[in-house]
Design a binder for this molecule. Structure first.
Ligand code: SF4
Length: 479
């Protein structure tokens, strides 16, 4: 990157950064697609799971190619959100000043071809640097085509993925939430914020809320519809699931529409029960009948008993097994809690992307700061795994091969995970998957010396005069 580009990036970063970083992550690194996601990436991650919306990236092709569908959020209906739209700007569009016109044309084509509930337009590095007035184009398009067109201004040079998460929340506050009036608001309406419905996780929780008569007016963003998000201001209470992503949205909704919220987790038996209890308490405080508190306790007792019975099968197989966690944000404490519940021992957990409050929670659970570590390079993580020899590592796909190289079982608990781990049923599934991973017979085989290594050793003892290379030399490069 040239020095001019660097200066522009730094100057722009100052403009786009805010000082209100109370509960969000500290030490946010400068964004780039290569270093784990830029601000645009962060905004897209948060908004893309709104399923009936067309997400239009106003940029050269690479931005969209970089960010398309990189999470396993699930939809119960529309599939439009997974279609990739970009204005695909070229040098010629930029030199001739044609990019705004191209954007307007793209919006018209999407409206005519796909009839989405709304179109979200993402501003990126190039379009912000050349000074495209995305707000004005979106306003004009909304009037001309009679459809909500929402500008999301989160160019990658503004900062990290976490900053983009916040920008996404601000776009929802400014342009979406409060624009549709619900015709049936009720005292049992809630919002769930920061829940992405990864692998359909939220579908494990929703039936429980249904049984309590609690209606999820908007789950933002997982499996959401535009109209639900737009009418979210009519809910009576909210639960904040991932504190890193949308905490600002929760705070502002409390200020603006008096919607109280709490931060909770659906990972683990007691965390799930506590979350349901807190939802009921907030609703009763806001006018729901107090019988809800009794209903929730009855439901929790029934569900907990059922889950513990199922977990018994895994408890004796997992009790005392040692886990290394290398995830971040809210999962750094919520999964720790879940694992401690089934008797596992935590060797270490990453506090990368965790808020101050997240860190406090982990410290309370582990009672030893030595278990906490910041982001570490692959070589350091490898050395740590070799030294502590945990029975399993739980992390995201990026560190999968570090665990496999160290011959340690590994399970994906991040956004690309294949299984849903939320709620009571999710906890049983998590225990099942850990059990399958740890006790997979492949690990015993993998830790044996390789057959060719044994052969070389045997051959050497049978024919001592032959000047063979050592087994290690012969197999150099295999490890
Ligand atoms: S927004 Fe900027 S940093 Fe992000 S992918 Fe596009 S060009 Fe790269």
């Amino acid at each position: 990157m040239s020095s001019i580009e660097t200066q522009m990036r730094d100057a722009s970063a100052k403009i786009f950064r805010t000082t209100e970083a109370k509960e969000t992550c500290h030490n946010a690194s400068q964004g780039s697609a290569a270093s784990g996601g830029c601000a645009f990436d962060g905004a897209k991650i948060v908004l893309q799971p709104i399923t009936d919306v067309a997400h239009l990236v106003h940029a050269p092709l690479a931005c969209e190619g970089n960010s398309w569908d990189n999470r396993g959020a699930a939809s119960s209906g529309p599939v439009l959100w997974r279609t990739s739209f970009t204005t695909d700007l070229t040098e010629l569009d930029i030199v001739t000043g044609d990019s705004e016109r191209k954007l307007l044309k793209a919006i018209r084509e999407i409206k005519e071809g796909y009839a989405p509930a709304a179109i979200f337009v993402y501003g990126t590095c190039v379009t912000e640097l050349i000074g495209d007035d995305i707000d004005a184009v979106c306003r004009q398009a909304a009037q001309k085509f009679a459809i909500p067109v929402v500008p999301v201004k989160s160019p990658g040079f503004g900062g990290s993925k976490n900053l983009g998460n916040r920008r996404a929340g601000e776009a929802l506050l400014e342009h979406v939430i409060g624009t549709v009036e619900a015709d049936d608001p009720g005292p049992y309406d809630i919002n769930i914020l920061g829940e992405f419905n990864l692998s359909g996780e939220f579908w494990l929780m929703k039936p429980l809320l249904d049984r309590l008569g609690i209606r999820v007016r908007a789950c933002i963003p997982g499996d959401a519809r535009y109209a639900q998000v737009a009418s979210a201001h009519r809910s009576r209470a909210a639960m904040m699931v991932c504190s890193t992503a949308l905490i600002n949205l929760a705070r502002k909704m409390e200020e603006r529409w008096n919607i109280p919220f709490f931060e909770g987790s659906f990972y683990g038996i007691s965390s799930t029960s506590e979350a349901l209890r807190r939802i009921a308490q907030l609703l009763v405080r806001k006018g729901a009948g107090s019988a809800l508190l009794h209903h929730v306790e009855a439901l929790l007792a029934e569900e907990e008993e059922r889950a513990w019975k199922k977990l018994e099968a895994y408890r004796h197989r997992l009790e005392g097994k040692r886990v290394q966690l290398n995830t971040g944000g809210v999962k750094s404490w919520s999964i720790v809690h879940a694992l401690i519940e089934i008797g596992m021992e935590i060797v270490g957990t990453s506090i990368r992307k965790s808020t101050t409050r997240d860190k406090e929670r982990i410290k309370q659970m582990l009672k030893d700061e030595n278990h906490l570590h910041q982001s570490m390079a692959a070589s350091e993580l490898y050395a740590m795994l070799r030294e502590h020899k945990p029975d399993i590592m739980l992390s995201g796909g990026r560190t999968q091969f570090v665990a496999l190289e160290a011959k340690i079982p590994w399970l994906d608990v991040n956004q690309e995970r294949q299984h849903a781990y939320a709620g009571y049923a999710g906890m049983v599934e998590l225990a099942r998957q850990i059990d399958l991973a740890i006790h997979n017979p492949v690990w015993a085989q993998l830790r044996e010396p390789a057959p060719w290594k044994q052969f070389v050793t045997t051959a050497r003892s049978a024919e001592p005069r032959i000047n063979m290379r050592s087994a290690d030399e012969a197999t150099a490069g295999f490890y």
